[in-house]
Design a protein around this ligand. Structure first.
Ligand SMILES: Cc1cc2nc3c(=O)[nH]c(=O)nc-3n(C[C@H](O)[C@H](O)[C@H](O)COP(=O)(O)OP(=O)(O)OC[C@H]3O[C@@H](n4cnc5c(N)ncnc54)[C@H](O)[C@@H]3O)c2cc1C
Length: 400
């Protein structure tokens, strides 16, 4: 692999069988698969000055390994994804647990046996818990909509508490909405866990953190003789779609193009911008061993930020006397502003707009969209890797 900052004047697209736009999980997995499986020479073009996309991590000035674009916790039920990624990293054991700060008290979420007793007091909490067990059975995740359907005042009380104290204000902050703008079908899906397990991903057989961090994982993933990475280069400076043809450096390009950026940007937003939420992440280094009991605390009833992450508690890094935390403030994304588009706003209108952009490229057989931006959807990392593996399989088999 070579990594070059900027695209050299000598760059010749014709010397590459494939161009991958974006060095996040979607792009890097495709680049590796194509290079390995059929000797494809791949140019990876990345706008940022680093690889790893939103999973990028680095050491801050205090020596703490931080996730620059928000905390990333690896978890998957997909064996193929896990086997593939495990070629490029060892894993540190880590099981994610989240607490909600509810008016100053830290309660496990999803709301469980312990949270019930904290919220309603030992006796009443136990009574409500036993009622949940009798109604739904133990170790079940029950959406609050199901609690309400029972028309039982005790179960409705639990549903109302969780709605008000865990869901409502947090969701308003996250999506910038008023209560009446919040889709009732989403509200109803908020779960209560009838049990004591306080792990956030209790059913994922594979979970943990890459032993040396995500960026190291990506260095190994992209480390192949047939892969060249060009950083700090916006592909729109060299690639355009004209009708059914892809042009690179003003010449028609017949190789495969794997695109993991925003589709609206590729067409200069000419049908309108696809909306996103962005995050303002405020990092703070503190001269103390530890700030909070678990890696993530959600602020669900107070504060303007949505959550605080303490990185050392996720990565297991031993660094006495110092720790770095990060507060996340959610706000509307402004297109072409240099902000990071984090969460697609998935509504009927925005999906329809995405489809109109998508129709422009669907007929171009050597142009492939994959990943959270190009597909305009939310993906966890394992989902993106699974899609990138599937797309690579398709391209490999069609190239014989
Ligand atoms: C705050 C937050 C927390 C998350 N936490 C988790 C978690 O705990 N666990 C989990 O599994 N998933 C998590 N995710 C999801 C995870 O970030 C995504 O699944 C993953 O990053 C998607 O990979 P990708 O390659 O599709 O996109 P990205 O990682 O965004 O990569 C796309 C790359 O394309 C580049 N690019 C875009 N346009 C251009 C252009 N015109 N020219 C050149 N390059 C371009 C971008 O710079 C970027 O590097 C989280 C997401 C967010 C927003």
């Amino acid at each position: 692999m070579s990594i070059t900052k900027g695209l050299p004047a000598s760059f010749g697209a014709e010397s590459y069988d494939a161009i991958v736009v974006g060095a996040g999980f979607a792009g890097a997995v495709c680049a590796r698969m194509l290079a390995e499986a059929c000797g494809t020479k791949v140019a990876v073009i990345e706008r940022r000055n680093h690889i790893a996309g939103n999973a990028y991590d680095c050491y801050d000035e205090a020596g703490v390994l931080v996730h620059q674009y928000g905390p990333h916790i690896y978890h998957t039920t997909n064996d193929r994804v896990h086997q593939f990624l495990s070629r490029f990293t060892e894993w540190l054991p880590y099981e994610h647990k989240v607490l909600a700060n509810i008016h100053g008290e830290l309660m496990p979420v999803p709301f469980n046996h312990k949270s019930l007793k904290m919220a309603f007091g030992e006796e009443r909490g136990e009574y409500l818990y036993q009622k949940l067990v009798a109604t739904f059975g133990e170790n079940k995740k029950v959406p609050i909509m199901e609690l309400r359907k029972k028309n039982d005042p005790d179960l409705t009380e639990v549903a109302d508490y969780v709605y008000e104290n865990v869901f409502l204000y947090y969701t308003m902050k996250q999506w910038g909405k008023t209560p009446d703008q919040i889709d009732p079908s989403i509200t109803g899906r908020v779960p209560v866990f009838v049990g004591d397990d306080d792990r956030y991903f209790p059913t994922a057989p594979h979970q943990g953190m890459p032993a040396e961090g995500y960026t190291k994982l990506f260095e190994r993933l992209l480390d192949h003789d047939l892969i060249d990475v060009f950083l700090g280069t916006d592909v729109r400076d060299v690639l355009q779609i004209k009708g059914d043809l892809i042009y690179v450096c003003d010449h028609p390009y017949g190789g495969e193009v794997i695109y993991t950026g925003q589709l609206d940007e590729l067409f200069d937003l000419d049908l309108g911008a696809l909306p996103y939420r962005t995050l303002d992440m405020q990092f703070e280094t503190l001269q103390q061993d530890q700030f909070q009991p678990v890696a993530t605390v959600n602020y669900t009833t107070t504060e303007d930020f949505t959550r605080i992450t303490e990185f050392k508690l996720m990565t297991g890094q031993e660094l006495p006397g110092v720790t770095t935390i990060m507060r996340e403030y959610s706000k509307a994304y402004e297109p072409e502003s240099g902000q990071t588009p984090y969460y697609a706003i998935l509504e009927d209108e925005t999906q329809a707009l995405y489809q109109r952009y998508r129709e422009r490229v669907d007929g171009i057989l050597n142009f492939h969209c994959v990943g959270r931006l190009a597909e305009y959807r939310y993906y966890d990392m394992d989902g993106v890797v699974a899609s990138a593996l599937d797309l690579s399989d398709e391209i490999i088999s069609s190239n014989g």
